[in-house]
Design a protein around this ligand. Sequence first.
Ligand SMILES: [Fe+2]
Length: 214
Amino acid sequence: MRGPSLAAQLERAFPGIASIRQPSLRKLVADLWQYVADVNPQWLEIEAIPLFPSLPIETYGNLANHIRAMARVAETVVPVYAELWSIELSLDDFLAAVYVHDAAKVIEFVKKDGELAAIPGFNHALEAGRIVRDLGGPEAIAHMVECHSFAGALTMPRTRAAQLFLFLDPLCLPVFPEQGKGAVERHLDSNGWQDPRTKEKYRSPLETSARQRR
Ligand SMILES: [Fe+2]
């Protein structure tokens, strides 16, 4: 993904970037993808990037589809919050965050001896937040991006936009329990948390009082 071909690929893969109103945010998206492509020039094609090395594209779709899905859901969620709760969120911020939040996976996923692997200890969300700041992007977007990962390690969101963005990510992740570990279980795993087995441990107070009446 080098030179003019990267710009052409971005236009083809993510035509929705054009609907970001602020030119500075469209530039941030282009600069950030250029940044990650420069750090790891192994990747030649955006559509070839998987969600994760262990999640084959044939089963789970590619990273670009995840990003396109998030843009569409963001376009729905932002007006719903405005209409039902009079909570104004910036669609521009959401779209810019959508298009950059996973781009650091270009650096994280490395081909070695023909095998694709993630760099151990690399946190693509925190790295993307750092790069947004390095490129002079808005703090609000840097924060949305740095704590977006629901399927990975948790970084606590401190704004309403960042909290909603954290929920938006797994909503657009077709990684379900029927196929193995789902997005929720993966999130628990990467935080060292256990399945709380709530249903197995729950005793309904209603059943207890019914038993006592018998
Ligand atoms: Fe994502």
